[in-house]
Design a protein around this ligand. Structure first.
Ligand SMILES: [Fe+2]
Ligand SMILES: [Fe+2]
Length: 139
């Protein structure tokens, strides 16, 4: 079961977004640890609800930056679609689990979650950070 090491190369150079990424990485790790400890739905549910709320808040923050960049960031639709994909593949499943529907958490789902999270930061979010930093430095 992977956890995510929060390493310096995961910073995208935008303080507000980096702080949110670090917090969300901690929340994802907490979910993985609790699952590995064999914790019950009652323990996992508040962690999942908090992850849902904060992921929504975080994506809204990034999309606010994208809108401010306007035409200087030409990847907005693809980036927003990636955020939507995270909700439709991971968060929706986790919420169904919380609601007691006939679903179980699996190592595969948590692998997918941690891989998606790391790949998204190292790919799409790094690209966004580059544009924000270029614009903020007045280039
Ligand atoms: Fe992000
Ligand atoms: Fe993103």
């Amino acid at each position: 079961m992977p956890q995510i090491d929060w390493t310096p190369d995961m910073h995208i150079g935008v303080a507000e977004i980096d702080a949110q990424h670090e917090k969300l990485t901690g929340m994802i790790n907490a979910l993985c640890y609790a699952y590995m400890d064999g914790k019950e739905r009652e323990v996992l549910s508040p962690i999942i609800n908090e992850l849902h709320d904060y992921a929504h808040y975080h994506f809204t923050t990034e999309e606010k930056y994208m809108k401010q960049l306007g035409e200087r960031y030409d990847f907005i639709e693809q980036h927003r679609a990636k955020h939507g994909e995270f909700f439709s593949t991971v968060i929706d499943f986790l919420l169904r689990y919380v609601s007691g529907e006939d679903t179980e958490l699996t190592p595969e789902l948590l692998d997918y979650l941690t891989d998606w999270w790391r790949d998204h930061i190292m790919g799409v979010d790094q690209g966004l950070g580059e544009v924000i930093r270029r614009v903020e430095s007045g280039e």
